[in-house]
Design a protein around this ligand. Structure first.
Ligand code: GLY
Ligand code: MN
Length: 462
């Protein structure tokens, strides 16, 4: 946990920016996996963590922007709780750790909010993503279940996004910690992959590397020889010689900051020449994109420039032909990279996605494209010093997508569909790092993780 002052300062700023009414922030509850008491791993809501720091289920907070009152609501531990789960501090003691003086029972939330609403005061809340919180908000605000999300407070969303988008030095240290654990996870994958093993055998090493360093998973592990499936969570293939493995996984630090790194390496100790050719293009896309990071740079432009590098490289391999600028403009690259170049990262792996992707990555006057690839870009707007983001270009050969576009006659002037037949079993390559935008440009967070072909082959040969 950060110091009480950090949380107090964050709330002061939030109060000032929201300006009027009550701010209601909901923590998360335990969720039963297959029955109530057999719970999924508890994960606190990230905005609650950001302003109140307490990593415990069943908490709610209200900030009165006009009277300067802050209250945390939660249940006091019962003797039964202590018998089954061990001694726990009283709520007032927890609240004091984050600079909050007032606590109350969750049963009093309803009346407090009713009194506020009856006197015409606004209750600001964020869009909920868990059904339990949808129901609580419905009960407390009187808004119908179907309208709960759309009635979330835009003023509050914008204030939270503005604050959480620029990371403080202490947050950057946390992100570096997450990336460093993530680096160990990737090393574990590179060191333990052998021809003939099941993917899940390596997944065990990857998850173990996070847990044994005090971390956990920031999102479900992607580790597959079918890397052309962008989010492939199936781990049951036998890894065969001649295949690439794509691993996209990351640790969450003890304070829940996320790492999100991707590496691609061969099941064999060395890349084939065909794998090298594609890998080199993706590496160039990644390095050039990182070099382009700076305050004021439109991240959409970096995405488009990466596409240009890709099309230029694929042209040299005879996979596409024609004018690269024209292809870039038409979005031919979407066939090979149907996702965006990156996204914000912080307490969430896709930071603040629960608040609405466009609030985080777009702005008025910068609309989302409808083009394949570009439409999936989560972060498009101008970068700011203190932003943390992923840079994650890729090239994939997705048979179903290739067949569909070919059947529709799309990009036939540019794409050599006959040549693409040679790549149907290739899979995919993605390379991803986590970066900080600073006043000098940008830098990769954490200790370097093997990335060049030489570095990867060295680890694979040990
Ligand atoms: N790590 C998965 C993603 O960025 O979508
Ligand atoms: Mn990512």
């Amino acid at each position: 946990m950060f110091s009480a002052q950090t949380y107090t300062d964050r709330r002061q700023r939030l109060k000032k920016e929201v300006g009027q009414g009550l701010i209601l922030l909901l923590g998360n509850d335990e969720v039963g996996m297959n029955y109530r008491d057999n719970t999924l791993r508890f994960r606190q809501d990230s905005t609650f963590l950001y302003f109140f720091g307490l990593d415990k289920p069943g908490l709610i907070a209200i900030i009165d922007t006009e009277t300067d009152t802050e209250i945390i609501f939660g249940s006091e531990p019962t003797l039964d709780d202590i018998v089954w789960s061990g001694p726990q501090p009283a709520l007032a003691e927890l609240a004091a750790r984050v600079g909050v003086a007032q606590v109350n029972s969750p049963n009093s939330v309803s009346q407090l909010l009713k009194t506020a609403r009856d006197s015409g005061r606004t209750v600001h809340y964020l869009p909920p993503y868990r059904q339990a919180n949808v129901c609580k908000l419905h009960e407390w605000t009187g808004v119908s279940l179907g309208q709960i999300k759309e009635k979330a407070s835009e003023v509050l969303i914008r204030a939270v996004v503005g604050q959480r988008s620029v990371k403080s030095d202490e947050e950057i240290l946390q992100l570096e910690q997450a990336v460093n654990i993530t680096g160990e996870m990737h090393l574990a994958a590179m060191q333990n992959t052998r021809e003939g093993m099941y993917e899940y055998e390596v997944v065990g090493h990857i998850q173990g590397a996070a847990l044994s360093r005090g971390g956990d998973l920031a999102y479900p592990i992607i580790f597959s020889t079918n890397g052309q499936t962008l989010h492939n969570h199936f781990h049951g293939n036998v890894m065969e010689s001649g295949c690439l493995t794509l691993g996209d996984f990351g640790a969450e630090s003890a304070m829940h900051y996320a790492g999100d790194i991707t590496r691609t390496f061969p099941v064999d100790k060395k890349f084939t020449s065909k794998q090298r050719e594609i890998y080199d293009i993706v590496l160039e896309m990644e390095m050039q994109s990182i070099a382009a990071l700076a305050p004021g740079v439109l991240y959409r432009d970096v995405h488009v420039a990466a596409n240009r590098i890709m099309l230029d490289g694929l042209k040299q391999l005879g996979i596409v032909s024609g004018d690269v600028d024209e292809m870039t403009q038409l979005g031919v690259g979407g066939l090979f990279m149907p996702h965006g170049l990156g996204h914000s990262i912080g307490l969430d792996v896709h930071d603040m996605e629960d608040l609405g992707e466009n609030y985080v990555g777009y702005r008025d006057g910068l609309e989302r494209s409808t083009q394949l690839g570009l439409r999936s870009l989560r972060l498009a707007k101008e970068l700011q010093a203190g932003n943390t983001l992923t840079v994650e270009p890729g090239i994939y050969f997705i048979p179903e997508l290739i067949d569909k576009l070919r059947a529709e006659g799309q990009f036939t002037d540019f794409v050599n569909y006959q040549k693409l037949a040679d790549y149907r079993d290739f899979g995919g390559v993605r390379i991803e790092d986590n970066c900080l935008v600073n006043n000098d440009g940008g830098r990769v967070l954490g200790t370097p993780i093997p990335k060049t072909i030489n570095e990867i082959e060295t680890v694979r040969s040990l």
